[in-house]
Design a protein around this ligand. Structure first.
Ligand code: AMP
Ligand code: MG
Length: 482
């Protein structure tokens, strides 16, 4: 088998070779058949072999597994040495149509970057990442994905003793903003350039058309655009990441590193999903600003690669940072209008804002309210939104605005259902799957995978999964412990 990874071609200070540490009595919990098919794995890598490769740590190939180096700003503070503390790049799968997929094993044991950590991931956090990355993918949001999950009888110490598990994560690469920061703050500008060259060569071939000296700036522009679009998609679907440190920001503009994330149940702009985030730095409504803050960290790290004098270079990057705000806002405004069944025009913001205020003041369920509006289901809307007078007033302005739309009611309802999901991975749904899995029953994971495969379709057999979150779920808390 050839699983040669392109990242291994970089010089050695980009990573360290590591040997994954086997888990005790590993067994397959879930295999993502549709992803395996998309990857074109065929008979090369099958569910039957997963526990051997991703639990017992049988070598996949002769390519040495590596842990990559990166740094990052965590909760606003620079941490010079992070790196893959519990993830191991086992290799890269190249399929018949020339696509490359990193095979990144999370929870595979200690690496030189583990610091005081044990290199493990517990079952509960593995399930959360497994389900959420698939949920995001099928919602149409760029994300890393997960091929499989392997459980074990390995005892892992967190607040209590839990079982260790692994997740085989995949993406075209796992390069983070923090990978650039790592070399920048060490003043290692040659590897910084090598990192850029690597990205251009393998991931942004369109930059080969650009003069060598302009590539860093052009890369930055692409990352600005992709990140602005990504964050707009998060805000529109009601997704809070929870730990938007710059080491958790992907250079490809993917959602990466699922930890204490959460989807909004009722609409609460200041929602903090991460119990460890005491100041609310990563609250739901802070995400666009934090993304821009992280973009600034990346810009800083790219400075030595610009042809211009530092001041002129900084000015160019500053302009691009402004573009982040503009691009984010445009993507969000257009997206929100689409959720309301409108093709955006200036002035829609008032209607948008009033709708969101209505949801907020009546603590209405974010997902269900948009879906009820898509279905033009008045009685459903009245149920979701407590404030009947407010709803009537808003609906009258809305219907007036709809008059100037060219679409028919049916067309609009159809389009709205494509952007207003019926099913999201509510925290309590993930929690139920976790509790059952911890008791040895993994069927709920498969049910959720099936459900989340088609989040925009009505699935009568799964009607109950679209219900509002039960009262007990409000006391659930998710922290960085994973
Ligand atoms: P995260 O908050 O999961 O993005 O992780 C932040 C940093 O801590 C990364 O460098 C991780 O590799 C590292 N890390 C997290 N958990 C562990 C663990 N159990 N063992 C070793 N390193 C870890
Ligand atoms: Mg991380």
């Amino acid at each position: 088998m050839s699983f040669q990874s392109r990242y291994n071609q970089l010089p050695e200070h980009f990573y360290r070779e590591v040997t994954p540490t086997p888990l005790k009595n590993p067994f397959l919990i879930s295999w993502n058949h549709s992803l395996a098919e998309e990857m074109g794995l065929g008979d090369t890598l099958t569910a039957e072999k997963a526990a051997d490769y991703f639990g017992a740590m049988k070598p996949l190939s002769k390519t040495p597994p590596i842990a990559t180096a990166y740094a990052g700003h965590q909760f606003g503070h620079y941490v010079p040495q992070l790196g893959d503390g519990r993830s191991i790049l086992l290799g890269e799968w190249k399929n018949g149509v020339g696509e490359h997929w990193d095979l990144h094993l999370k929870g595979g044991g200690r690496t030189p970057y583990s610091r005081s950590g044990d290199g493990r991931a517990v079952l509960r956090s593995t399930i959360r990442e497994y389900l959420c990355s698939e949920a995001m993918h099928h919602l149409g949001i760029p994300t890393t994905r997960a091929l499989c999950m392997v459980g074990s009888e390995e005892e892992v110490h967190r607040e209590s003793i839990e079982y260790g598990a692994t997740l085989l994560r995949t993406a075209p690469n796992h390069i983070r903003f923090g990978t650039f920061e790592y070399f920048y703050y060490r003043q290692e500008y040659e590897p910084l350039q090598q990192l850029l060259n690597h990205l251009v060569k393998f991931h942004f071939p369109q930059l080969n058309q650009v003069a060598h000296t302009q590539q860093a700036l052009e890369l930055f522009k692409i990352v600005v655009t992709r990140t602005a679009q990504l964050i707009a998609q998060w805000q529109l679907v009601g997704f809070a990441h929870g730990v938007m440190n710059s080491d958790n920001m992907s250079i490809l503009g993917f959602t990466i590193d699922y930890g204490p994330y959460g989807f909004l149940d009722h609409y609460e702009p200041g929602f903090i999903c991460n119990h460890s985030d005491h100041s609310g730095r990563y609250a739901f409504n802070q995400q666009p600003e934090i993304a821009q803050w992280n973009m600034r960290c990346l810009a800083q790290a790219l400075l030595p690669l610009l042809e211009e004098e530092p001041e002129a270079g900084a000015e160019l990057l500053r302009e691009e940072l402004q573009n982040f705000q503009t691009q984010y806002q445009a993507a969000y405004d257009h997206g929100l209008s689409a959720k309301l069944g409108l093709s955006f025009r200036e002035g829609d913001q008032t209607l948008q804002l009033q709708w969101l205020q209505l949801l907020e003041s009546s603590q209405a369920d974010y997902t269900r309210s948009f879906r009820a509006l898509s279905d033009s289901n008045k009685s459903q809307l009245q149920q979701e939104i407590g404030n009947q007078a407010g709803l009537t007033t808003w609906l009258s302005a809305y219907h007036q605005r709809l008059q100037s739309e060219a679409t028919t009611t049916e067309e609009r309802a159809h389009a709205m259902r494509q952007v207003n999901p019926k099913y999201i991975l509510r925290n309590y749904l993930a929690q139920q799957a976790i509790e059952q899995a911890e008791a040895g029953d993994y069927r709920e994971i498969e049910r959720l995978l099936e459900l989340l495969h088609n989040p925009y379709d009505d699935q009568p057999q799964f009607e109950s999964y679209a219900a509002t979150a039960p009262e007990w779920s409000k006391s659930l808390s998710v922290s960085c412990s994973s």
